[in-house]
Design a protein around this ligand. Structure first.
Ligand SMILES: [Zn+2]
Length: 414
């Protein structure tokens, strides 16, 4: 039986006193992270070898606590500090794997310093920190206290870790990681689907279904834009600016929540109705830097495909990302011929083989065929003998190598 990791997020309501303790813990975690990063950068500039995880922990936590400059690190849970360093180590590992080509997808930038002004502050407690969900429903955290939690559902089993997050709108969340055995299954179905994530539509499916982002989301996005314009007109450092910042953050949070709900419904429906789901592996951040930025960010595909991925794992469906190294848009899904480049406003085209294509549905059909081929399922290839998609992991220089690690929007998947 496979074990999957599920994330459950709930709103928490710390008291003013607990907010102070949390702020202290966020601060200490940030300092440890930044100290570690600086030390490794210095070692690198001095031409010394990479400082091991254990050595870094000794210098940045254990020994630092003994110095007057860092003695206050002792005031927060040691696990919080270790987990901050663990984040740094993971960031480095991802960066190295990306540089050496062991990691697929977009390029990862080296870790960067964390700031007090970051939109999201977070700390993590693991099981050995002895955090505990009490019988009265409160969440006990070492050196913080018992937090009130709004439980919107029950945890399926004991959580292995919990992260406490403060978002830009000043809201607090507890995000639990739970190991669950994969016992939830859906009845198997025959259909398999390819999804093209587009700009004119949120998603277009190989069966011809086109999904537009709902009106309420677009309306909320327009309101957000207006609030942002208001903000840009306020004087730096003024009290009015501070108020406007909070307004924008609240509006952002509302849009993110609404979008997440909508994406949950959509992704669940897709998983339910299809046995295999294939999407393009897009470099969304790369696209996000272009003129199309707003619509791309708004569409927020990254969190959507992440939902599809974990729900597929949970319900034993097949999920595959198809590398976008083949021209899914201008390749004919009937004969495999690669046609001329098309402008973005060309919505339909005819192939010399006689096939008439809707641009996005054709792309989705190609994604489906490529996904099936990747998956060792040659059904797609039999139907379309001319189609030879680039194999996964082929050494192709990604056009978006300049992508930063900035995610499209820091929305966690559940
Ligand atoms: Zn054709």
């Amino acid at each position: 039986m496979t074990v999957v990791q599920l994330r459950y997020q709930f709103r928490v309501y710390p008291t003013p006193r607990q907010q102070i303790e949390l702020a202290r813990a966020f601060g200490c975690a940030r300092v440890v992270f930044n100290d570690g990063l600086r030390l490794r950068r210095q070692a690198r500039e001095a031409g010394e070898k990479y400082i091991s995880d254990g050595e870094l922990s000794r210098q940045i936590i254990t020994e630092a606590k003994l110095t007057p400059q860092r003695a206050w690190l002792g005031e927060v849970s040691a696990v919080v500090l270790q987990q901050a360093l663990a984040d740094l180590n993971t960031a480095y590992r991802n960066f190295f794997a990306s540089v050496t080509g062991n990691r697929k997808g977009r390029k990862i930038a080296p870790p960067r310093l964390r700031s007090r002004k970051d939109n999201r502050q977070a700390i993590r407690f693991t099981r050995n920190s002895r955090f505990k969900v009490l019988d009265n429903g409160r969440l006990r955290l070492p050196k913080i206290g018992d937090l009130a939690v709004r439980w919107s559902r029950t945890l399926p089993s004991d959580p292995s870790s919990v992260a406490i997050i403060k978002d830009a709108a000043g809201r607090y969340f507890a995000s639990f990681v739970v190991q669950a055995s994969q016992d939830e299954t859906l009845p198997p179905v025959d259909s398999e689907i390819g999804i093209d994530l587009g700009l004119t539509h949120f998603a277009v499916m190989s069966d011809g279904t086109k999904i537009t982002a709902p009106k309420f989301l677009r309306r909320a996005a327009r309101k957000l834009k207006r609030l942002q314009q208001d903000l840009s007109r306020k004087q730096r450092g003024s009290q009015n600016r501070k108020k406007a910042v909070v307004k924008v953050a609240r509006a952002h949070a509302r849009v993110a929540d609404t979008r997440r709900d909508w994406q949950h419904k959509l992704s669940t429906a897709i998983i339910r109705e299809n046995q295999a789901i294939y999407v393009e592996d897009l470099c969304v951040v790369g696209l996000g830097r272009t003129r199309l930025a707003t619509s791309v960010h708004d569409a927020c595909w990254a969190s959507f495909t992440a939902m599809l991925e974990y729900k597929a794992a949970r319900y034993r469906r097949t999920f595959g990302r198809v590398d976008r190294f083949f021209p899914s848009t201008r390749m004919c899904s009937q004969c495999g011929r690669i046609n001329e480049k098309m402008a973005l406003n060309v919505r339909a085209w005819d192939c010399p083989c006689g096939a008439a294509h809707d641009r996005d549905v054709n792309a989705a059909l190609n994604v489906l065929a490529a996904g099936q081929a990747d998956n060792g399922n040659d059904r797609g290839a039999q139907v379309r003998p001319g189609l030879v998609p680039a194999p996964r992991g082929e050494a192709v220089t990604h056009p978006d190598a300049a992508c930063s690690t900035r995610s499209v929007e820091g929305i966690s998947a559940l």
